[in-house]
Design a protein around this ligand. Structure first.
Ligand SMILES: [Zn+2]
Ligand SMILES: [Zn+2]
Length: 284
């Protein structure tokens, strides 16, 4: 059984509970390691995006920064708290981040500088946004445009996932078929794009999560889909289970079902925590 959970969110970002509450829940669920991976989302236009006013009203706009200075202020204080709690805790606490990857030179330079200063224990690569035609679109925005534009943006989404893996900046990739959340990208015509992303993940030696945050009565499966997980197993991509907990009572959710799902898809390569942390992330 996997004794660690590395994809979690806390108060001050878009989680509902404090780090201490997450720690006690993780301990109660039998985990010996809790990684905290709040959102690290930096883009100069993020506050002009369509979803930003919703985030302000919803009280979670702190996860969005329009400069690296801004995000570093938040993470410096956050990691100081995590490291303080680590020294007092009987469970291992790791400093992580769920990072939105953007395929530009300026982003990479700013990001590497931030990583150098913050020294996280691990980083999760993700793509919640696609920059298209001057706008930052999230998956809901992608669902709300005409079909041809939607396909174009979805194609860019998969290119970004591939580029994020190829960058070598991340220990593992998050919910790689995120657009499934709004019901898009499920048809077979997306197999080629998925397979290109999986090739990039396999070639770079990056691991990939099975994210149980999507398990709901009406769509009882994790990210990624069975189709993708079969293809990942064929490439022997290392996987781990993630709960993407935004609240203490979500820690370890549906791990048994996800493990079964993985086995049914032919997955044998479950990565150890040590191998995950030892991944030689690119630092230049
Ligand atoms: Zn996410
Ligand atoms: Zn998350």
């Amino acid at each position: 059984m996997q004794k660690f959970t590395l994809h979690t969110h806390t108060i001050g970002f878009d989680g509902k509970n404090t780090v201490l509450e997450m720690v006690s829940s993780a301990r109660a669920a039998g985990f010996d390691t809790l990684g905290v991976s709040n959102h690290f989302i930096v883009h100069p236009k993020i506050k002009e995006s369509r979803m930003y006013p919703y985030a302000v009203r919803g009280g979670y706009s702190a996860i969005y920064s329009d400069s690296f200075d801004e995000v570093m202020d938040k993470f410096r204080a956050h990691y100081t708290e995590l490291r303080q709690l680590q020294s007092e805790s009987n469970i291992r606490i790791l400093c992580g981040a769920e990072v939105d990857f953007f395929p530009t030179r300026a982003w990479r330079d700013g990001f590497l500088h931030a990583v150098d200063e913050l020294s996280p224990d691990y980083l999760i690569g993700s793509a919640h946004f696609v920059y298209y035609d001057g706008n930052l679109c999230n998956v809901h925005d992608i669902a709300n445009v005409d079909a041809d534009v939607r396909d174009e943006i979805l194609g860019i989404y998969w290119d970004n996932v591939a580029a994020a893996a190829t960058s070598g900046l991340f220990n593992f990739m998050a919910h790689i078929d995120l657009p499934k959340k709004v019901g898009i990208g499920r048809t077979d015509k997306w197999c080629a794009a998925e397979n290109r992303a999986l090739d990039a993940i396999a070639d770079s030696g990056t691991a990939m999560e099975i994210n149980t945050g999507l398990y709901r009565p009406e769509i009882y499966e994790p990210y990624p889909s069975a189709r993708i997980l079969h293809a990942a197993a064929a490439r022997n991509i290392p996987v781990l289970l993630s709960d993407d907990a935004h609240a203490a009572n979500q820690i370890g959710r549906h791990f048994d079902d996800a493990r079964q799902f993985a086995h049914d898809c032919g997955v044998n390569n479950f990565i150890t925590l040590q191998n995950l942390l030892d991944f030689p992330r690119k630092s230049r």
